[in-house]
Design a protein around this ligand. Structure first.
Ligand SMILES: Cc1ncc(COP(=O)(O)O)c(C=O)c1O
Length: 339
């Protein structure tokens, strides 16, 4: 392993030695299988290929300066995977199975857990797919739950730095009563075209508005949105966004820091009133936002006057990272230490 350049890893796919898999057949989950193949052999009529029966998760494992390996809030990911599966009528991997497979995947690839202090982590990608054949639009009778892992670098090469995002009105990632609260592939397919256009237009991501009234902030690409107003942490409570585990954790940390937490609809017009805004998720923890441009009206909202992340976002970022990496007391019991 001497040849991995730990300090320069991208946030991307990295081949490791093993992945773990478990099939659901005849109404029950089978034995855990360990594989060293990067491929999955599935039926040509598998529902994942035709009707989008696919749900995934994304989580990180950190090696601390104390040498300990920590997984952050894995149970939340296990429960969210179950909720996503339920939402698109797939068999739900039991939480205990998720845990056992997760620990196996981490231990089998232990040598790929980056050393501390470089902003790198081992990324875990659990996914469930419908493998049983159907030609009529129906849920499959067979499923495959897998976890693969790979080391990833920090989301921002320059570290924690503010980005520009674009509000769009001509695309929705989900429908008002659609699948937005589930982590299912179809939502991401719907977001590819606007995200690609935003990048070409010089933005790091898009800010989706609610798809019913086109008035409230929903979320920021693959991350939730938050704003800081005085001593308040404000974040949308929309039913069409993914309930971010990072956002849930930041809300708790904000409360621990004596802030008021407001979970409510956030109209675009309120963007003028925030002192700081950001996007939050597993990949970057917090991406501070320095400029939001409404693509239709051309209106610009500006933050970070000195070009640096705001003080509250900075405090929240370092606190959450510190807990994940074992530098700050984990008083809510969020980390599982892998022995
Ligand atoms: C659409 C979407 N919103 C928000 C998030 C952030 O969620 P989490 O903090 O659980 O990573 C993600 C990433 O998982 C996402 O894909």
């Amino acid at each position: 392993m001497g040849n991995i350049d730990w300090g320069n890893l991208p946030f991307g796919y990295f081949k490791t030695d093993y992945n773990v898999r478990c099939y659901y057949r005849n109404g029950k989950w089978g034995k855990i299988e360990i594989s060293s193949s990067e491929y999955v052999n599935i039926h040509i009529a598998a529902t994942t290929l035709h009707y989008g029966q696919e749900a995934f998760e994304g989580m990180k494992v950190f090696r601390g300066k104390d040498g300990k390996v920590r997984v952050f809030r894995w149970e939340e990911n296990a429960k969210r995977m179950q909720n996503s599966c339920r939402g698109i009528m797939m068999a739900e991997p039991p939480v205990d199975l998720f845990k056992e497979m997760m620990i196996k995947a981490i231990k089998l690839n232990e040598k790929y857990i980056p050393p501390p202090g470089l902003g790198a982590a081992l990324y875990l990608r659990p996914l469930t797919i419908g493998t049983g054949p159907q030609v009529g639009v129906k849920p499959a009778e067979e499923y495959l739950f897998m976890i693969f892992v790979g080391p990833v670098g920090p989301y921002f090469k320059q570290g924690f730095s503010p980005v520009d995002v674009q509000i769009i009105h001509d695309y929705d990632r989900t429908a008002p009563h659609g699948t937005g609260q589930y982590k299912v592939g179809g939502n991401y397919a719907a977001s590819l075209r606007p995200a690609d256009r935003a990048k070409k237009e010089g933005f790091s991501t898009v800010l989706f508005l609610d798809s019913k009234e086109n008035k409230y902030i929903d979320e920021a690409g693959p991350a939730n949105f938050f704003g800081i107003k005085g001593n308040s942490y404000v974040t949308p409570n929309s039913t069409t966004i993914l309930p971010s585990i990072t956002n849930k954790s930041l809300r708790q940390i904000a409360e621990d820091l004596g802030m008021k937490v407001e979970l409510r609809p956030v109209p675009e017009t309120e963007l003028d009133e925030f002192d700081e805004v950001g996007a939050c998720g597993t990949a970057a923890v917090i991406s501070p936002i320095k400029r939001i441009v409404d693509r239709d009206s051309g209106k610009e909202y500006k933050y970070c006057p000195d070009g640096k992340p705001g003080p509250v976002s900075t405090k929240l970022y370092h606190t959450l990272k510190g807990i994940q990496e074992g530098e700050i007391e984990d008083k809510h019991g969020w980390n599982l230490i892998i022995e």
